[in-house]
Design a protein around this ligand. Sequence first.
Ligand SMILES: Cc1cc2nc3c(=O)[nH]c(=O)nc-3n(C[C@H](O)[C@H](O)[C@H](O)COP(=O)(O)O)c2cc1C
Length: 190
Amino acid sequence: MSGTHSSNGRREVLYVIACGSPLARHVGNLVDLAQQDGWDVCVVTTPDGAKFVDRAALARQTGHPVRTHYKQPTDPDVLPPADAMIVCPATVNTVNKWAAGIADTLALGLLVEAQGLGVPIVAVPFTNAAMAAHPAFRAGLARLDEWGVTVLFGDHVFPLHAPGTGAQHVQAFPWEVGLTALRARSCPLV
Ligand SMILES: Cc1cc2nc3c(=O)[nH]c(=O)nc-3n(C[C@H](O)[C@H](O)[C@H](O)COP(=O)(O)O)c2cc1C
């Protein structure tokens, strides 16, 4: 998948899901790279992710409102359906809940449903070394991987940092990794 046009002529839609981490402040970098790849990008945040992002700037950049909360049952869907999703930054909290099938945020509801629909999903966790050591997080990542989610995590992706220092490391984050993984899913030999 590389964000080109689908069979009905529309641009493929990528949901970028941003959780509660300082890295989310810079998620516009991922939006920019995804748009260069041809994706029609929509940003969804968790409620804690919303504390870190500039919603107005992201809405201008994508042409879509940033969504955070479930809509009212009678409200229309304001985003086009997703052809792929990248969860970046994925927090420990969201990974653990996702692996348990919990859908108590819009972001989690979209992920749980997307998995059932077979939508390709890439998860790029960002957390500190202490939180990353929790066995539930490790088990959650392994379960997601087992279920077909592309999990990009570890020193080969981005070295873990000490607690309280996350904001100092965001500038070096390799935003392109999730997009590269999506491309590899559609062209496994590339
Ligand atoms: C300033 C600050 C920075 C945080 N950074 C991270 C982080 O990088 N990774 C992480 O897993 N959790 C981080 N947390 C904790 C999450 O925000 C917290 O677990 C929250 O409940 C996550 O909610 P969400 O998964 O719905 O986004 C941070 C919290 C604060 C207040």
